[in-house]
Design a binder for this molecule. Structure first.
Ligand code: SAM
Ligand code: SF4
Length: 331
């Protein structure tokens, strides 16, 4: 099997697959209010396109495919897509990233169809605040979605909260307690300057150190560092002693872990993005809809992976990435 190894020796084994640009929330750090998705059905990868692209990636060593979006549960046929992907030989891990507003309805079917685990975004437990951050979300429904995912047997379940000074930083402790009570994991995310929405958040930015100080004050002597696995990505994680919960910070800005990056991203429109913080991309939609053979498309992918940048440029050149929105990229 040809493995996907870039010119810096990093083996690519993880594909983040966005299945839609649409979202039922409008989180103010993620998407610009005026820039609504503007794509026709034929612009979006079909089931057949997705199946072929993922099969080609699997034949080159990709084993993990995360379903993301926009909000992936808004994509018609999401359970069918999960099944198509999870039954491709070589794919062993199919996590979901969701805002969980609709998860209560979908959790069982998705789990039956191969979604083994889930990351669920929840930035506040206070209903009014949650509604403000997401511009319309209902936190009660999200909590029902978390409970449904637990009951369906997805494991592990992680909640993700973007930590923002003056917005929700006073909930770091209560979000940790909530995760402990549910027996699930929690990660705090540093706000990233992606798109105008993300750049606008920089006045609320909390660094990894700011967030970790608060976690340590809340749990003195109760944290055991976890040994980072090669595939952890940009997170430093701790076990909270005598609980079933791990806590961590995803610090793609303060600390970059680009030297161990094992992932690429595919947008709903079929653009293969080689780095979250760089512009490089190629269209795999055009490739699968042309007469190219599997071998020719694999060569295109290998050539693209060879151009994967060494590192992102969040700190040096924000303008470079300001024309992409997180809602289009999938996180
Ligand atoms: N809608 C799903 C959700 O919210 O989980 C999946 C897509 S969302 C783009 C994926 C992740 O990106 C979420 O955890 C969200 O909090 C995170 N995200 C969005 N904008 C961000 C930003 N500017 N900085 C850091 N994380 C961001
Ligand atoms: Fe939608 Fe997720 Fe972005 Fe919020 S973070 S607007 S839920 S895609």
């Amino acid at each position: 099997m040809t493995k996907l190894v870039d010119k810096f020796g990093r083996e690519i084994s993880y594909l983040r697959l966005s299945v839609t640009e649409h979202c039922n929330f409008r989180c103010f750090y993620c998407r610009d209010d005026e820039l609504l998705p503007n794509c026709k059905r034929e612009d979006i990868l079909s089931y057949e396109d997705i199946q072929r692209i993922v099969r080609l990636f699997a034949e080159m060593g990709i084993s993990k495919v995360r379903l993301t979006g926009g909000e992936p549960l808004l994509r018609r046929g999401i359970s069918k897509i999960a099944k198509l992907i999870s039954t491709i030989p070589g794919i062993t891990d199919v996590p979901l990233s969701t805002n969980a507003q609709l998860l209560e309805k979908f959790a069982n079917k998705l789990h039956e169809n191969g979604v083994n685990r889930a990351n669920i975004s929840i930035d506040s437990l206070i209903p009014e605040r949650f509604k403000e951050i997401t511009r319309g979300g209902d936190v009660t429904q999200v909590i029902k979605g978390i409970d449904a995912a637990i009951a369906a047997g997805m494991h592990p379940i992680k909640i993700n909260a973007v930590a923002m000074q003056g917005v929700n930083d006073d909930e770091i402790e209560s979000l940790i307690d909530f995760a402990i009570e549910k027996g699930i994991d929690i990660r705090f995310i540093e706000a990233m300057p992606i798109g105008e929405a993300g750049i606008g958040m920089q006045s609320h930015h909390m660094s990894e150190d700011d967030i970790m100080d608060r976690i340590k004050q809340h749990l003195p002597g109760q944290l055991t560092p976890l040994i980072a696995s090669k595939t952890d990505g940009p997170a430093s994680n701790y076990k909270i002693n005598n609980t079933n919960t791990t806590v961590g910070v995803i610090s793609a800005v303060s600390n970059h872990f680009c030297q161990t990056c094992n992932r690429v991203r595919l947008t709903a429109k079929g653009d293969l993005i080689l780095c979250l913080g760089q512009e490089d991309s190629i269209s795999l939609k055009d490739a699968v809809r042309s007469n190219l053979s599997d071998k020719e498309i694999k060569t295109m992918i290998i050539n693209a992976i060879n151009k994967k940048p060494e590192k992102h440029v969040f700190n040096e050149s924000i303008d470079n990435i300001s024309n992409r929105q997180m809602v289009e990229i999938g996180g």
